[in-house]
Design a protein around this ligand. Structure first.
Ligand SMILES: O=P(O)(O)OC[C@H]1O[C@](O)(COP(=O)(O)O)[C@@H](O)[C@@H]1O
Ligand SMILES: [Mn+2]
Length: 663
């Protein structure tokens, strides 16, 4: 196209001048255009999807290190006909846990030189395979600086000129001679782990139930490229960090019920002392049997258990009071039936639920409830919760983690043709998008999801003390458990019923119509279209729902259009599901859903080379090898190339002078 000076409007010229700072000469523009065009033709990078980690940091760590079987797959490709099964497994373990495994292996080998030679050769070959689909520059950036030069050299030597083994041997000889073989092996293992997966997607629920969500968060913060779709448990913690009393009460209850106070006390440095003192004062001599903690490690003493139950009851009652206040100030959320304390007949010890039926309460010792004003906190309860608000807001580590969740996270993500979201999209039974009105405006589908996310962000970022901030925090608790919340996607959360009513019928939490609707491929496509997606390789990816694999339930819905990849890390649920859940890998060849066996602990993983056994559930082979040009990154690169093309024109036609950035 022939351009004239007037082809560029002022805004375009301003942008080109900015770009000219980075590419100050015609040559530098041309070089970058060649580079970007080369990248477009490379294979698509590998994506790894995980969800519902629920604080199980050891299993999470192992899945991360093994990339859900992707490393083992490369080992098998290269060595299955040269090495035994046991040797392949040991090599895989070495890559996952190099420091620990090396120590063990070195204590057993007789010929150290031979061991180093063989191991380094194998690792370099794996590295070669793993890095072959990246540009040299990208690989270089991922290398540890101290070994960058030598690894780069090993990966890019032309072996038509060199004898491979001889060449390696010489380099390795030197590395051994200067006492750096161990370090070098560790560096190579880390490079393989770093490059095997380009991007990690966490489809929600990092927090609650398992032992140390804070450790998982630290690991995620170290990751080179991660995005997070907020789960209902995550948004609850984010609301707590923002200072929402109701979110804080719920976080405390979840943690106490699972007896995993380490996250709060050791992880985030938040003291539970004031709650313990309050619980001991008000609930010492009352029935707390319905509030027993769920899990018990061997070290838990009966006196700790009694205290936990008291604390759990004390915080539950605070939560139910705050729920009543929440529902009254938020009629838009339509959660009236979650108010229980005003439906209790305190003399008879019964309650009338929304279904009109009367139930006997299994616990009627409620020392802090005034039947005439049941949602009013007593002074001591107020003091306890106020103190927690300050300590949650003051926990530096919690604030750091939550800021990261806001930066890298969102309610949904559209990426490389897939729609990722933790729960579901609010829909009517007739497969239309459900409409909601907030402040007189109606939202549905994608616009609703965007709106809910924007309100949640206000809960953390709006001005301290402002109405907007407080309302935003209410949106966060709504997202945790509200009727039609896309993160929760169930009709109601029956926390009250689970503690106060024996009849398990009342405990049921009906799933949203979304789950029935998405059994149909056609309806999955309606959802995908709403998010701008179409074509054979588009999928919806959800977490949130543990799949009862042992009862024959499948994680694949909508004729393969929807994958539910609840990672099943949560130990408490493994009895029900029969497996430890699913993870997904999407590379240039296939999209592969793997089912995992429970993780047997780091020690066994290292000493017995025990991997998390994975079986492939579905592998969608792509009809051609996907290239970057076909992916989201390709679109961005093409747009960049277009801009560079314009800059080139501007240089060539004297519209912008070379090296003129500082003029
Ligand atoms: O099984 P638990 O830990 O008692 O928790 C039950 C509660 O957790 C929930 O399942 C929410 O957690 P998930 O998002 O992990 O499903 C609620 O629906 C339910 O009331
Ligand atoms: Mn969930």
């Amino acid at each position: 196209m022939i351009r004239t000076h007037s082809t560029f409007n002022n805004a375009e010229l301003d942008y080109l001048r900015l770009l000219a700072r980075e590419y100050p000469t015609e040559q530098s523009v041309a070089t970058e255009m060649i580079n970007l065009n080369a990248i477009l033709n490379l294979p698509k990078a590998t994506e790894h999807f995980m969800s519902d980690i629920h604080g199980e940091y050891e299993a999470f760590n192992h899945i991360m290190r093994s990339a859900s079987g992707a490393i083992r797959e490369k080992i098998d490709i290269l060595f299955s006909d040269k090495l035994s099964e046991q040797e392949c497994a040991a090599l895989a373990t070495l890559i996952y846990y190099p420091e620990e495994k090396l120590e063990e292996l070195l204590s057993q080998v007789q010929d150290m030189d031979l061991f180093y030679n063989e191991t380094l050769n194998e690792l370099i070959e794996i590295c070669h395979l793993v890095t072959s689909k990246y540009t040299r520059s990208k690989v270089r950036k991922a290398l540890p600086p101290e070994y960058a030069y030598v690894i780069d050299e090993l990966l890019n030597t032309d072996f038509t000129l060199h004898n491979k083994r001889e060449y390696y041997r010489n380099i390795i000889r030197t590395i051994i001679d200067i006492g750096k073989a161990k370090d070098f092996i560790i560096a190579l293992c880390d490079v393989i782990k770093r490059l095997i997966v380009d991007r990690l997607h966490i489809v929600g629920d990092i927090f609650d139930r398992g032992p140390r969500a804070d450790i998982v968060m630290e690991a995620l913060m170290q990751h080179h490229k991660v995005d997070i779709q907020w789960g209902n448990h995550d948004i609850l913690w984010m609301g707590a960090a923002a200072g929402s009393p109701i979110c804080i009460a719920n976080v405390l209850l979840n943690s106490i019920l699972y007896n995993n106070l380490h996250v709060i006390e050791n992880g985030y440095g938040i003291s539970l002392r004031s709650l313990a003192l309050f619980a001991n004062e008000y609930y010492h001599d009352v029935d707390v049997s319905s509030f027993a903690t769920k899990t018990m490690n061997d070290k838990t003493l009966p006196k700790d258990l009694a205290l936990s139950a008291r604390m759990s009851k004390a915080i539950s009652i605070i939560l139910f009071k705050l729920t009543g206040q929440f529902v009254k100030r938020n009629p838009d959320f339509h959660m009236e039936e979650r108010c229980h304390l005003d439906k209790i007949d305190y003399e008879k010890g019964t309650i009338v639920l929304a279904n009109g039926k009367t139930y006997t309460l299994c616990d009627i010792s409620l020392p802090t409830i005034n039947p005439d004003d049941p949602y009013q906190l007593i002074k001591e309860e107020e003091k306890v919760i106020d103190e927690f608000v300050s300590s949650f807001k003051q926990s530096e580590k919690l604030q750091k983690h939550v800021r990261f969740l806001f930066q890298k996270g969102s309610i949904y993500k559209v990426y490389n043709g897939n729609l990722l979201t933790h729960g579901g999209i609010p829909m009517n039974e007739d497969a239309t998008f459900k409409s909601f009105s907030f402040d007189g405006v109606t939202y549905k589908g994608r616009a609703l999801m965007d709106y809910l996310e924007a309100r949640a962000r206000e809960g953390y970022f709006a001005l301290e003390g402002s109405e907007t901030r407080l309302k935003g925090q209410d949106f966060m608790w709504y997202l945790w458990c509200g009727k039609w919340s896309p993160l929760f996607a169930r009709a109601k959360m029956t926390t009250f019923e689970r503690h106060f009513i024996h009849d398990h019928e009342t405990w049921k939490e009906e799933k949203d119509p979304y789950y029935e609707i998405t059994k149909s491929e056609e309806d999955c496509m309606v959802i995908l279209h709403e998010f701008g997606l179409d074509g054979p390789n588009c999928h919806i990816i959800n977490g949130h729902v543990p799949i009862k694999s042992k009862d024959g339930e499948s994680p694949i819905k909508g004729n393969g259009r929807l994958f539910i990849i609840d990672g099943g890390f949560c130990k408490a649920y493994q009895k029900t599901t029969g497996i430890a859940g699913y993870t997904l890998i999407y590379n240039s060849h296939y999209m592969r859903l793997s089912a995992h066996e429970p993780f047997d602990g780091k020690e066994n993983a290292i000493h017995d080379n025990k991997d998390i056994l994975s079986s492939t559930i579905v592998s969608e082979e792509l009809d051609h090898r996907l290239k970057i040009s076909e992916m989201d990154r390709g679109k961005k690169l093409k747009a960049e190339i277009e801009h560079l093309q314009k800059l080139l024109y501007a240089y060539r036609h004297g519209i912008i002078a070379e090296n003129s950035a500082n003029d």
